[in-house]
Write a protein that binds this ligand. Structure first.
Ligand SMILES: [Zn+2]
Length: 168
């Protein structure tokens, strides 16, 4: 069996949307398109040399797919990170978690009308998704999210409200 592709390129089946989102937050390139059926997704994954992450037991033995056993996204994330260690630091916040587009540095003045005034006033660096145009800044992923993520990855207590960071 050949070594799985060491790069951070995955394709996730449609049941793994939440996992895909978190992997993107870690900088991985994750194709996850609910409009693709299983066969189409597998074809795309192979053509683009992506490791397919799947809950489909029939693909358990395929050497370019990785069967994700758990139903719980926290366990899935731990599982995938253990199997495909990502040095996430450099790549973190380089991908749009919504659409997998790449974030590019955006001119501060150009985003002025597109972010809340307090954000404009308090942030110097902005990124814009080159696909959907969503604007990101450092505080978009506040420390609490990163703490939750660390807890997930270290097998700590599951956190609540992982995707709703603004309750504090
Ligand atoms: Zn986007």
């Amino acid at each position: 069996m050949r070594e799985p592709c060491p790069s951070r390129r995955f394709a996730a089946d449609r049941t793994l949307g939440r996992l895909a989102k978190w992997l993107r937050l870690l900088g991985a390139d994750v194709l996850c398109d609910p409009s693709l059926d299983a066969a189409q997704l597998l074809r795309r994954a192979r053509a683009e040399e992506r490791t397919l992450l799947t809950r489909d037991k029939r693909l358990r033995t395929a050497d370019d797919a990785y069967y994700v056993a758990s139903n719980d996204f926290r366990a899935q994330l731990r599982d995938v990170m253990a199997r495909f260690p990502l040095d996430s630091r450099p790549a973190m916040l380089s991908r749009c978690s919504r659409c997998n587009g790449e974030l590019r540095k955006a001119d501060r003045d150009a985003v002025r009308r597109r972010v809340p005034p307090f954000v404009y006033a308090s942030q110097n660096e902005f990124g814009a998704c080159d696909r959907c145009g969503h604007i990101y800044w450092n505080a978009t992923h506040p420390e609490r999210i990163l703490r939750e993520l660390n807890a997930v990855l270290s097998g700590g207590r599951p956190g609540r409200g992982l995707e709703r960071p603004s309750e504090e």
